[in-house]
Design a protein around this ligand. Sequence first.
Ligand code: DC
Length: 680
Amino acid sequence: MYDIPFLDLPPMNGASGTVRLPGSKSISNRVLLLAGLAQGTTDVHDLLDSDDTRVMLAALGALGCGLQRQGRVLQVTGLGGRLSVHEARLFLGNAGTAMRPLAAALAVLATLQGGRFELSGVPRMHERPIGDLVQALRPLGCAIDELGNPGYPPLRLSGQPGGRLTLDAPIRVRGDVSSQFLTALLMALPLASGGQPVVVEVDGELVSKPYIDITLNLLARFGIAVQREGWARFTIPQGSHYRTPGSIHVEGDASSASYFIALGAIAAHGGAPVRIEGVGSDSIQGDIAFVEAARAMGAQVKSGPGWLEVHRGRWPLAGIDRDCNAIPDAAMTLAVMALYADSPTRLTGIASWRVKETDRIAAMASELRKVGAGVVEGADFIEVTPPVRWQPAVIRTYDDHRMAMCLSLAAFNGLATGAAGQPVRILEPQCVAKTFPEYFETLFGVASTDPADVPVITIDGPTASGKGTLAASVAAALGFELLDSGALYRATGLAAQADGVPLDDEAGVARLAQWLDLRFGHGPDSGRTWLRGREITDELRLESTGLLASRVAAMPAVRAALHGLQLAFRQAPGLVADGRDMGTVVFPEAALKVFLTAGPAQRAERRHKQLIEKGFQASIADLRADLEARDERDRSRSVAPCKPAADALLLDNSELGIEDSVQQVLGWWQARRPFSAPSS
Ligand code: DC
């Protein structure tokens, strides 16, 4: 997860390999609510873990549902249609799939059994309409107060014990704004259908019908057999009761699949396809129909149960003119594929984009223009003309996961032009957490980049100059990979010691370096290191290990042996490398080179402080003598002596705190990036 202000995507030029999709958001939140309302315990497999499911889980927990995690399975024990908590305030973030159905279910339950529930969300949630649902529920006798603007959350749902619902006449709901209102009613009304059938009639042309199919499919799994007449009339049979299916599997998210289908169509032009696991030909999700639209643009797609494989077919892609009413979310991906076509693409039937996480028509138009596309937008359509000249763009994401994921695909622009690619800056990339927290990591896992296009920042300097801390902080701020090259020499020293290879046997030590089985931890394990499967995190940092390292680092054969390993760290989205010769020898073409020049007195003091904090005894004078001896060896050795590259920027951090040093380096970096305007 990149929880940083922006993520710079280097130009990427190919894709192949397998991605496993996170669970579908639409299925996950429906399943959670149905399991939460049903009698009994449901084992939910492969649930999506994201912002939207987290707010639903928190709400169910607050309502008294049992929630227990067993590895990849979540056990939900439902209320069996009986409220156990009668008052609650539920915060639902920006999750429409939680707000609408919970509002309907709690309105029904509060009316029948008594209760008082307040539902709210983030400010954008309070701009997303819910009035049609409120209008549908009030005639049944539900007491619903709109606590902010009429027609929008927050809402208060209340009732007295023993209340009644008027269900004789068909319940009417508008279907032309969002299908979630109908879904909400279909999931809530089985709670009230004990004594009579309940009929729901849709006014206006129903949008996003495939989402209603998902709802009906899942209702059936939980024991409710809704009868459907066209898309206008739905009957919940008398005596319907929620029953758990015992266990249910959440399929991969078909909307999330769209990014990787598009990726295959654009960038799988070598041998292997992009293979997508978790969703396939047997999907119950409407967005699987995206496959057809992608094929129309040129994608070659093979599929089977639970998988898809995508290759580039026609290239450039073909522009299309298509009604996307049935695939509103995945259709955004078509708007980005349109950048790679040889004619304009017109997507119609997308009025619902305007009431999603953001006004997606406006947002898409504005961001596609930034990369150079021509865009015409209307109330319910968008038309995209591919760029003549691609620009390095700073993409706003509007707190909308799909904007971030879609626009990341603009980083393959080099494939469209055949010339050098332009990078793409994605602002607030962590918004992908709404449905796909690991999206960028997954993308980098299958996308390929010319190493020359992966930006490198080198931070060199003498022992204890603070480069390790500085490099780690700069890497974290940019979401870049980190190479602590000193650790490679240190680990080589430890390996030599462990194997009893004498330090005058240069060839022997170099052989160890060549086959160094070293692993750096990522994510929760970041900062930890293993050599040959054994953790060496603490040993690596010992002064004695540093001395060992400075001796092996003086051997040309060892430096040569570690060269390739260091180059392999150059991976998307970028690399921060620290050491002695990062800027001079290993990455001489680095885009920014920093050399730290703190004097030996300050460095000895810093090292002393670090050791004391860790509970070690040390004398400043001894430390300084050691430092100077190592400096001398590092500086005077014949290969890759420690010195600034001719084009390095010198940073005297003797008096600077770490945060100031980080800001200085980030400032230099910012000035060298091609992105001109910040955000607009
Ligand atoms: O940065 P450090 O203290 O972890 O480095 C340990 C030793 O490795 C140091 O004496 C110099 C050597 N080294 C090197 O020669 N080249 C590098 N790129 C990194 C470290």
